[in-house]
Design a protein around this ligand. Structure first.
Ligand SMILES: [Zn+2]
Length: 510
């Protein structure tokens, strides 16, 4: 009896010990990650240097390459292995903005808040012209009939005057508990995901909806086009154009202007007063394919059986040009590096390789990540190759600089249990909401195409959709240190956990 009790108690102790040993390794690792991430965070310092010193990182430009070189040095300094560039897009071109100014000079003076759209060509020095309003270009035949022969020497105000808004509309927000709960309990994904080849094809026309108009305006001798996009009063939104390849159109001077200034010009025309605009724009084009690089780096796996497998984590490193790309997507690019710095600093050697990809060309048509996909996982119209099956998961960060609140499962229900366990351990840092929802329009769609379990983090919106996304306000002031520090810790923990799992993250059935 005694012996039996003793025998069982030995068995019980062994079981308990084994269970505890595993848990305590994980607990100890989490404590180290938190300690390093919160006590010695380098995240804010890095985002500040990247955005304040290097500034905008438009695809194909010298500024992008300069920032890429700097961040790859940072990656090397933190001890990441295999840090290198992978070239893509030989035909992508660069564009330099050198100087510009837009003013109303009659009937009286107003300095116009403006920003040129990328790839606009220079004006012919300082030019002055009267304003003509073209409200819609949906029927180009009618535009040709109405305005043919009437645009020479004119400045075109293009589009409808924006609706008035109030400045006290709430600009910054976080997800409420209720919203997260709603996302979590969703049974099916509401967003339909278009297959990648179809999506890329659709952009070849959708992104060029004003092409005929731009060609017409120039042929007619117009001086420039002014448009606006009212995401909010006072904010400039110079998104587009998408002419990024050699030989593409170089549009005539094309500016976005502040909604209120657009409104005033349009209202004056309705009152039969014709304003005059004086403007200049100096830009240059160049072809330097060496500026087109994705940036890779890793903590190489060490487990004899698992080291050929990878956990991929990505963010796009390119930006639009009027801000410094702090919230889109500088902060998230840095978080990737900070997460791996934390893991390296605490002496973690992963079983699987943890690889970072900083993509260029996301703002154009995911061209950086798509090219990486083609180079490593095969042509888009073929069955994914064997290498794609070695990737346990792809995680993407590209929803601004707000706190991580969970993950979009991208219709992969099979991944939920493993990810739930991972998030449960950091429940004081994030709700870890797992929603079946598809989220769209960034690089995880590339990896999803190859049937790699691909997820994008849910992040608090803050001012992303109301003020900073692709605007001149995309600057460091809108990045919160506490949020990005916490995000790096959550990411480090997630990467550590996935790299150590016995199994890869389950794939969805297509
Ligand atoms: Zn982005």
């Amino acid at each position: 009896m005694k012996l039996r009790v003793l025998f069982f108690s030995i068995l019980f102790s062994v079981a308990l010990f084994t269970g505890n040993a595993q848990t305590s390794t994980q607990e100890a690792m989490l404590a180290k990650i938190r300690d390093e991430g919160f006590r010695n965070s380098k995240a804010m310092e890095m985002v500040s240097y990247l955005t304040d010193v290097y500034g905008q990182r438009l695809t194909g430009t010298r500024e992008y390459l300069a920032a890429a070189k700097w961040i790859s040095e940072e990656m090397k300094k933190t001890g990441l292995q295999n840090v290198h560039f992978e070239k893509y897009c030989n035909s992508c071109r660069g564009w330099q903005l050198e100087s510009f100014n837009v003013e109303m000079v009659a009937p009286n003076y107003m300095h116009i808040e403006a920003y040129p759209l990328v790839m606009s060509k220079s004006s012919n020095g300082i030019v002055t012209g009267e304003v003509v309003h073209i409200e819609s270009i949906s029927d180009m035949n009618s535009v040709r009939q109405t305005f043919g022969g009437k645009l020479k020497g004119k400045v075109i105000l293009y589009g409808k005057a924006p609706q008035k808004q109030s400045l006290d509309d709430k600009l910054s927000r976080r997800f409420s508990e209720d919203e997260l709960h709603e996302k979590e309990k969703q049974l099916t994904a509401k967003n339909k995901q278009t297959p990648l080849p179809e999506l890329l094809k659709s952009w070849e026309t959708d992104d060029f909806s004003d092409d005929e108009f731009l060609r017409f305006a120039e042929a007619e001798g117009a001086l420039a086009i002014l448009k606006t996009r009212a995401i909010h009063l006072g904010i400039l939104h110079p998104q587009g154009t998408y002419y990024y390849k050699n030989g593409d159109l170089m549009p005539l001077p094309y500016f976005t202007i502040m909604p209120e200034h657009f409104g005033r010009l349009a209202r004056m025309l309705q009152l039969n007063v014709t304003p005059k605009i004086r403007l200049n724009l100096e830009t240059s084009f160049y072809h330097e394919p060496e500026n087109n690089v994705n940036i890779l780096g890793e903590l190489t796996g060490t487990d004899p059986k698992l080291k050929s497998e990878t956990v991929l984590v990505g963010a796009h490193f390119d930006s639009w040009h009027s801000g410094t790309g702090a919230t889109d997507n500088g902060a998230n690019s840095v978080i990737l590096i900070e997460a791996l710095r934390i893991l390296k600093e605490i002496g973690f050697t992963p079983k699987r390789t943890i690889r970072i990809g900083l993509w260029e060309g996301e703002e154009q048509a995911f061209i950086g990540s798509v090219d990486y996909g083609k180079a490593h996982f095969g042509a888009l119209d073929k069955k994914p190759n064997k290498a794609s099956t070695k990737v346990s998961a792809y995680l993407n960060l590209d929803n601004g600089s707000g706190a991580i609140r969970g993950l979009y499962l991208q219709n992969n229900e099979y991944a939920r249990p493993a990810l739930k366990k991972i998030f449960n351990s950091v429940s004081d840092l994030t709700e870890g909401t797992l929603t079946i929802e598809n989220t769209l329009s960034t690089d995880h769609e590339t990896f999803d195409h190859y049937n790699i379990p691909s997820f994008q983090f849910i992040q608090d919106p803050l001012e992303y959709n109301t003020a900073t996304h692709h605007t001149q306000l995309d600057v460091l002031e809108y990045v919160r240190e506490d949020d990005i520090m916490k995000n790096a810790v959550i990411l480090a923990w997630t990467l550590y956990s996935i790299s150590e799992l016995d199994q890869k993250i389950p794939r969805k059935t297509k």
